[in-house]
Design a protein around this ligand. Structure first.
Ligand code: GLY
Ligand code: MN
Ligand code: MN
Length: 439
């Protein structure tokens, strides 16, 4: 990506922070066991504002400094560490990549940071970040405070959560972000189609997971954007089942919630299909209910609507279907009043998506009003029904079934685009995809 993308984002963020300085640390390596580490994944906000993909860095955005508005502290090159973990970018290359005003070695941070904190009343920081980092920064401010030190200057006393401020910027995707999300969706679509063709009774869930993640990697994605869910039969009634270690059973459904991350952008697709390729009449009835609700939920989307409004709209359709199947009793209004659908459809209809699979949910304004859909926003639509095997209050034939159908939607100038519509979801298309020859 062009460095002007990152500097424009920083400029926009600075314009939202009146009288403020922001501190955004890079991700750090996390220990997996003893001296081995989890794979490194850059912090999403740090990446969004810099494009820089190494650890041990801190971005400072500074409104009141005369000339330096964006400063990046980076870990200097060190031949011994680099022998083990590879070359780091030089300060010159980091400057070229990110377009920040100055790159400073991390070793100088303790002395230099105060220069950027002085003159600001507000400190923008992720209030829920790594406690060590947060405490260290609070300490820096305390040392500078006129109330605490004889040589005090005007320095930050108000701490403001930076996450929803950046979250609001991240809601609007530019064309390069949309391109990345589309590519992620395309790769995930390929993996889902392959899973439909490959799944069969007796196969372990882990094998399907491996096959899908193999496609993610082969097609150039970094890997899964979140923990892949391959849930056969009753496992699908655990919403975030990630064990993926049981055998798929003839006559049962399998729910797959899997999406790759491509160039730092997520995709998020769920499909539910019969392990043996053919829906039973009961599975059909339940599946069609969820599918009708999901299609109507997508049809209902337009600029100005909100996630919660669409959730309530969809919950009503789900309620009507559940009454028709005699899973709920009474009138639609009574059931809606008491939110009885929650027994079967217990989660939200969807979430914002972008650099994170679950992007932040900022509010529209200080009154905490909900964000309305606008051009460039991306979110999921994912109704589901879950009836655990041990739910003795529900008719036996429905038990042990979990169904979710999930697509990723982009709001466009003229309406919306379903970015994952080529992943089969009608009963006919799914049964055909299950019959397809594995590629
Ligand atoms: N894959 C997690 C979710 O659908 O929200
Ligand atoms: Mn989702
Ligand atoms: Mn999902």
């Amino acid at each position: 990506m062009n460095k002007s993308i990152f500097s424009n984002r920083r400029k926009k963020l600075l314009s939202l922070m009146t009288d403020g300085v922001a501190l955004i640390p890079s991700a750090t390596y996390k220990t997996k066991s003893h001296d081995t580490l989890f794979p490194f994944r850059q912090d999403s906000n740090f990446h969004y504002l810099t494009g820089y993909n190494e650890d041990g860095a801190l971005l400072v955005l500074c409104n009141n400094h005369a000339s330096l508005k964006s400063i990046l502290f980076v870990t200097p090159n060190d031949p011994h560490t680099e022998l083990w973990t590879g070359r780091r970018m030089s300060a010159t290359d980091v400057q070229k990549l990110t377009g920040v005003d100055e790159v400073i070695p991390m070793t100088e941070m303790d002395g230099k940071l105060s220069e950027f904190l002085i003159g600001h009343k507000k400190l923008y920081i992720d209030l829920f970040c790594n406690a060590n980092f947060f405490n260290k920064m609070v300490d820096q401010c305390r040392k500078l405070s006129p109330k605490r030190s004889k040589v005090g200057h005007r320095s930050p006393e108000q701490f403001i959560d930076l996450t929803p401020v950046i979250g609001k910027l991240r809601l609007f995707k530019d064309s390069s972000e949309i391109e990345n999300i589309k590519l992620a969706c395309e790769i995930s679509n390929k993996a889902h189609k392959m899973a439909m063709a490959q799944a069969k009774p007796g196969m372990n869930e882990s094998r399907l997971q491996a096959l899908m993640e193999y496609i993610f990697k082969c097609e150039g994605a970094q890997g899964p954007a979140y923990g892949t869910i391959i849930a056969g039969g009753n496992n699908a009634t655990t919403l975030h089942y990630e064990n993926n270690d049981m055998l798929l059973v003839d006559g049962e459904l399998v729910l797959i919630d899997a999406g790759c991350e491509y160039n730092f952008y997520a995709s998020d697709i769920t499909r539910t299909f019969p392990v043996n390729g053919k829906f039973t009449p009961v599975q059909r009835d339940l599946y069609q209910l969820v599918l009708d609700a999901q299609i109507k939920a997508i049809d209902n989307i337009s600029c100005g609507l909100t996630l919660n409004q669409n959730h309530d709209f969809t919950a009503r359709i789900m309620t009507e279907g559940l009454i028709e199947l005699k899973l709920l009793e009474g009138s639609v209004d009574e059931n809606m009043e008491e939110k009885k659908y929650k027994k079967y459809f217990p989660h939200g209809l969807g979430h914002w998506m972008g650099v994170d699979v679950h992007d932040n949910t900022p509010s529209e304004n200080e009154k905490d009003e909900e964000i309305q859909f606008k051009e460039g926003m991306v979110f999921t639509v994912e109704p589901g029904i879950y009836i655990p095997l041990d739910d003795e209050t529900t008719k036996e034939e429905f038990r042990g079934i979990g169904i979710r159908i999930e697509d990723d939607i982009l709001i466009t100038k003229d309406g919306k685009e379903n970015l994952t519509q080529s992943t089969p979801k009608s009963i006919e298309d799914i049964e055909n995809a299950c019959r397809a020859e594995p590629e």
